[in-house]
Write a protein that binds this ligand. Structure first.
Ligand code: CUA
Length: 162
């Protein structure tokens, strides 16, 4: 009798968490979707990957000045280059990158600032960083994207304040 009740307790110790964990995940999912409003990216975050060259803002890749010390970079990744390859901003600028890919999955990593994102065909990626220190910053593709992946790079030149 005693042995039987021990086995029952062990079973209970496995069964209860295996019910509680999925129920907890379901509650977390419902709270994040309906309570916190976290959803999959909508159409506003998408672009037809076959029409990137015709779709604004990616039809004119480059740097746009939004205001004092605020810039937006419209960037396209493709095998095996970033467009624009070079970005020039004054020190102290806050730069928002809007980026996508024309072909395969690329990455955008800027060592020294907080930019580490994937560029997915059909998806617009957004990342913002502040460049306080003048100098050159590398832009690197850090998702393997084919034969010449290792040459896919660009640079950000942060000029000293005038
Ligand atoms: Cu693009 Cu690796």
């Amino acid at each position: 009798m005693r042995r039987n009740s021990t086995v029952y307790l062990y079973e209970l110790a496995w069964i209860l968490p295996s019910i509680a964990i999925p129920v907890g995940m379901l509650v977390a999912l419902i709270v994040s979707a309906f309570g916190m409003g976290i959803h999959l990216p909508g159409d506003a975050g998408r672009v037809d990957p076959t029409k990137v060259a015709e779709t604004a803002p990616f039809n004119r890749p480059g740097v746009v000045e939004l205001g004092p010390a605020r810039y937006e970079v419209h960037m396209v990744g493709q095998v095996w280059a970033f467009e624009p390859r070079e970005v020039r901003v004054p020190a102290g600028s806050t730069v928002t990158f809007l980026a996508t890919s024309k072909d395969v999955v690329h990455g955008l990593l800027i060592p020294g600032v907080n930019v580490n994102v994937m560029l997915l065909p059909g998806q617009v990626t957004r990342a913002t960083a502040r460049f306080d220190r003048p100098g050159e910053y590398l832009m690197l593709c850090h998702e393997y994207c084919g034969l010449a992946h290792q040459i896919m790079e660009g640079k950000i030149i942060v000029e000293p304040k005038p």
